[in-house]
Design a protein around this ligand. Structure first.
Ligand code: SAM
Length: 266
């Protein structure tokens, strides 16, 4: 489906949970993380219904994200439900990789095509500090498992302050080259102030080419990451919420005061 600015909208990012097993410094900002009440989180049946309606609007690309998608119980079941619908050409997931070693095989068997894995440094101690407690060896094991089970192409999301020439990012780039992984360098964004730029190695951040909508874990369709506008599927119904979100998709992102990355999904 085309929006008002003739952009073809075919990509839906679904945040399956606002919970995460890490607390990355740039993602979980502010003093206290407010989690959604569990009863507000969409069930897999509800998410599948959204995917069916979305497919009717021309969505053929889905990314599962969060929070951390792998901490949601039975996430493999959701992948299987989406895959079995036969309506989505490209099913991917963004994960921190901490649990990927054991999930890579069942996810692949359930129909997941590929993964993006977040990795901002190769230094175990820095990684532990940046993620507030993460074990980088688990990420490396997750990457190996993703390779083994064909979740290709494997992209590595690396958040940088300014550019991919920074020491942490240069090391990540070299590691990716050696290991057949595709790095994407994402300049640290600020939802509140509207600071964002294009992703080096990816398609994000380019408003003129934006083909995305987002579904929050509590059922709101958001036309833009950098906007407070959202349409609740429980209030409007799924079809109308999609229509409204496509109509309201802004030409450019501005600011978002309602969400943080951990609840909207990156
Ligand atoms: N837990 C998963 C993970 O860590 O990949 C998925 C969710 S996370 C919010 C998705 C992506 O958002 C990650 O690649 C992360 O690097 C990115 N992200 C989070 N906060 C960001 C910020 N302030 N600026 C740029 N990217 C950010």
């Amino acid at each position: 489906m085309l929006d008002r600015f003739n952009r073809k909208i075919n990509y839906l990012r679904i945040s399956v949970t606002d919970r995460c097993n890490l607390r990355c410094l740039y993602c979980v900002t502010g003093d206290k993380l407010k989690l959604l009440p569990k009863e507000n989180i969409l069930s897999y049946e509800e998410i599948s219904e959204v995917v069916d309606v979305a497919a009717g609007f021309g969505i053929d690309k889905i990314r599962l994200t969060g929070g951390e998608p792998l901490v949601r119980l039975d996430i493999v079941k959701l992948v299987e439900m989406i895959s079995k619908s036969g309506k989505i050409k490209d099913i991917s997931m963004t994960t921190n990789g901490m649990l990927l070693e054991s999930f890579a095989r069942p996810l692949s068997e359930a129909g997941l095509h590929r993964v993006n894995i977040s990795l901002d440094t190769l230094d175990p101690e820095k990684f532990r500090r940046m993620t507030r407690g993460g074990d980088i060896n688990k990420v490396f094991a997750g990457i190996e498992a993703a390779k083994k089970h064909g979740l290709n192409p494997i992209k590595i999301n690396c958040v940088v302050k300014k550019s991919s020439d920074e020491p942490n990012a240069s090391q990540v780039k070299e590691y990716c080259l050696k290991n057949g992984l595709q790095p994407r360098f994402i300049r640290q964004m600020n939802l509140r102030t509207g600071v964002f730029s294009t992703v080096d190695g990816g398609t994000g951040g380019n408003c003129a080419k934006c083909n995305r909508l987002r579904l929050t874990s509590d059922g709101k369709i958001k036309p833009c990451l950098f906007s407070d506008v959202e349409f609740d599927i429980k209030e409007f119904g799924i079809t109308r919420a999609f229509e409204l979100a496509i109509e309201a998709k802004p030409e450019r992102g501005s600011r978002n005061h309602k969400n943080v990355f951990s609840n909207i999904g990156g």
